[in-house]
Design a binder for this molecule. Structure first.
Ligand code: CA
Length: 701
């Protein structure tokens, strides 16, 4: 159950099937220019960012669009590396902010960096030392933090241990620190906070840990709690007299509050200045078996939903549930982008959303009513969304009533936290898409906390399974305008600019600029490591820069070979910054597909019973060290080449005593000496197997 908490924080719930498998989990446009005037209302406020990139996805509307156009379709050929900065991080998946020439970004352990935008000079670094404050929590959310917020002259960061901290942007010193979820809960933070009207808005991660989840607003000056909205109902006493929670509670059964309700807000929070609202996207429930949560057929509100709240009070305004009675871990926690679109001749204030479940939703954000919804990729769990009722029309056996189902997408999602970008110039939304299918099976105990379904590994009978794409989606016509096929499943987020470019990094290490109207590749740079973060752009003086955090990992290890893009934990992580006529040279990095150097001591005798027991225990390690010992560039090393794992004593000091806690390796205080010896046996067995395979291959040549 603790492990499951890690999952959402990483990638929104991937990998639990692996745990369950071993019984661990008990516990367009219009083509081109014409589109601008027809689809998008350019009034009200300027869309996107300019010289600063002040918010996680550029602006309050979460467009990930910049009005800068020095780097454009005509000049991008001159784009070159301005500077780079190698970073001692276990993972990078955030998006930097740029404020007045300074970049602010986070590493995987929520370390905050402030760097001079023109030179890459480090100004300060803040280490939250979660290992010191909450050692029991550092086992959650290893390697996942997506960035900071900025406002009222402060930098805000949510920490893995659940603290929210305000920093002085000049010095990095702590101005205030507050607990968002409490020290004794299993919740963590992986998402970026949002700043809005002198408040900092923060959710959390860990839906499956049996908790009731909330999103909270804190006073930006003091850190004091201003309001809190629970996304799911509490006990009857907590719910009584609150009409919103009474409405939600009527959709749950079976003393649901005892098992935990979930519904975390782990990523998407969008601010609406015009309507003075905050939109949140919620995750799945803690209990996956819908027949346990709501045997009478209730929707278990507000899981897998978009909810609109009053920005001043946090009071409920409306909700739209995208996946009623979810049993597939279809989080709706993804980024929501606001725009004004002309649909059927009428200007509509819309919210655009592409959650895990594979449908692209256009909602009327004034009322919360569905305008349209279409599949943006391979989706088999539902046939379509009924526009009258707003509900999905599920396909036969979608809830694996027969006991087995091959379905698309998976709990990894057709889209996850990787940023989407919307260009008001093209009217297109650029979406990082992932295609993957898998078998779902009924669990023996549908009431358990965890998935109702499982599979040892994703099943990929479709040639495009295990591959991602960048899709340019026309939200008015609800269809793709173009699509760039990628070789890797796990890629970076997108950014669009007024230079009519779309930038995206890929898992194969290529950072590319595409023509926003056609998808043509106009520029490409090999970063020397896989990219999961989203790019951003800013200007200092008269020069425009584009920056991206590179370094493969995050939640990748949980999906094993499916996401193996050939990277190693030992590959560096770095910040790359580009400008026209940039001439900097990239330092060398570990080449892709560098073989694991399996270490074996042939004289060592292994007891098969120890190996088997160790394999089961190792399931607690897969999220960072990789499935079946196969490290895929995640936040921890491949143990088959680890010197520490060569000796039971050194393994004990790391696993039990926490010798590497400052590096992010949590101590497992309850693990016994015998158990560590069993894990040791399993690692040695795996290393020997790999060494033998490598020797056999070498002999062939
Ligand atoms: Ca989830």
């Amino acid at each position: 159950m603790r492990l499951k908490a890690v999952l959402d924080a990483f990638v929104g719930g991937v990998g639990a099937m692996l745990l369950l498998a071993v019984g661990y989990l008990v516990e367009a446009p219009q083509s081109a220019a014409a589109a601008t005037s027809i689809h998008v209302d350019p009034l009200s406020q300027p869309i996107g960012a300019a010289e600063n990139w002040p918010a996680h996805n550029a602006d309050a509307d979460e467009t990930a669009f910049s009005r800068l156009d020095q780097i454009s379709t005509t000049t991008v050929g001159r784009l070159g590396l301005a500077w780079s900065m190698d970073l001692p991080e276990i993972s990078l998946e955030g998006t930097p902010l740029a404020v007045d020439g300074v970049l602010y970004f986070t590493g995987g352990q929520a370390t905050v960096y402030a760097v001079e935008g023109v030179s890459g000079k480090l100004l300060w670094k803040y280490d939250p030392q979660s290992w010191k404050f909450y050692p029991q929590k550092i086992g959650f959310a290893l390697g996942a933090n997506r960035g900071v917020a900025y406002g009222d002259g402060r930098v805000y960061v949510g920490l893995r241990d659940g603290r929210l901290v305000a920093l002085d942007p000049k010095s990095g010193s702590v101005l205030w620190s507050t607990e968002t979820v409490g020290a004794n809960t299993p919740e963590v933070i992986s998402g970026a906070p949002r700043f809005f009207k002198h408040k900092v808005i923060m959710g959390s991660s860990g839906a499956e840990t049996g908790i009731r989840c909330a999103v909270s607003a804190f006073d930006a000056a003091t850190g004091k709690l201003v309001w809190r909205f629970y996304t799911t109902p509490g006990t009857p006493e907590q719910t009584r007299g609150d009409p919103t929670m009474e409405m939600a509670a009527a959709t749950w059964d079976n003393e649901y509050w005892k098992k935990g309700t979930g519904g975390v807000v782990w990523d998407g929070i969008t601010l609406d200045a015009g309507l003075n609202r905050i939109y949140i996207g919620t995750s799945n429930s803690a209990t996956s078996g819908s027949e346990i949560r709501s045997p009478r057929g209730g929707d278990t509100l507000f899981t897998a939903s978009v909810v609109a709240l009053d920005a001043d009070t946090g009071k409920y305004v409306w909700h739209y549930q995208e996946t009623p009675r979810d049993i597939w871990d279809f989080d709706s926690a993804m980024q929501m982008t606001l725009a004004n679109l002309v649909i059927d001749g009428t200007k509509r204030e819309v919210l655009m959303h592409a959650p895990k479940n594979g449908f692209f939703y256009v909602l009327d954000r004034v009322t919360g009513k569905l305008i349209s919804a279409e599949k943006f990729g391979k989706v088999t769990w539902a046939d379509h969304i009924d526009l009258k009722t707003g509900r999905p029309v599920e396909t036969p056996n979608a809830r694996y009533e027969s006991g087995d189902l091959l379905m698309w997408p998976t709990p990894l999602g057709a889209h996850s936290w990787q940023s989407q970008a919307f260009s008001p110039r093209t009217g297109l939304l650029y979406l990082p898409y992932m295609q993957l299918g898998m078998h779902m099976k009924r669990a023996e105990d549908p009431g358990q906390i965890g998935y109702n379904g499982m599979s040892i590994r994703p099943y990929a009978p479709d040639p495009l399974d295990g591959k991602g794409a960048l899709i340019a989606w026309d939200p008015v016509r609800q269809k793709a305008a173009w699509k760039v096929q990628l070789d890797t499943l796990w890629n970076g987020g997108a950014m669009a600019t007024a230079g009519d470019l779309v930038f995206e990094g890929a898992g194969d290490g290529n950072f590319s600029a595409y023509d926003a109207r056609t998808g043509g590749t106009l520029w490409r740079f090999y970063a020397g490591m896989g990219i999961n973060g989203a790019p951003m752009t800013y200007s200092v003086g008269d020069r425009q820069y584009v920056a991206v955090l590179a370094g493969y990992g995050g939640g990748a290890p949980a999906w094993g070979e499916t996401v193996d893009a050939g990277w190693s934990y030992k590959g560096q992580r770095r910040l790359l910054t580009f400008a026209l006529d940039g001439k900097a040279v990239l330092p060398p990095s570990r080449p892709r597909f560098t073989p694991v150097k399996a270490l074996d001591d042939p004289s060592l005798k292994l007891d098969p019973a120890d190996v088997a027991a160790g394999e089961k225990l190792y399931m607690r390690c897969v999220l960072c060290h990789g499935v079946e010992l196969h490290g895929v560039g995640g936040p921890a090393p491949d143990l088959r080449e680890s010197q520490i794992a060569l000796h039971p004593n050194s393994l004990w000091s790391v696993v039990h005593e926490g010798a590497l806690i400052q590096n992010g390796m949590p101590p497992f205080a309850n693990i016994t000496r015998d158990q560590v010896n069993q894990i040791y046996a399993y690692i040695r067995f795996g290393a020997r197997k790999l060494a033998a395979k490598q020797q056999a291959e070498a002999a062939k040549h």
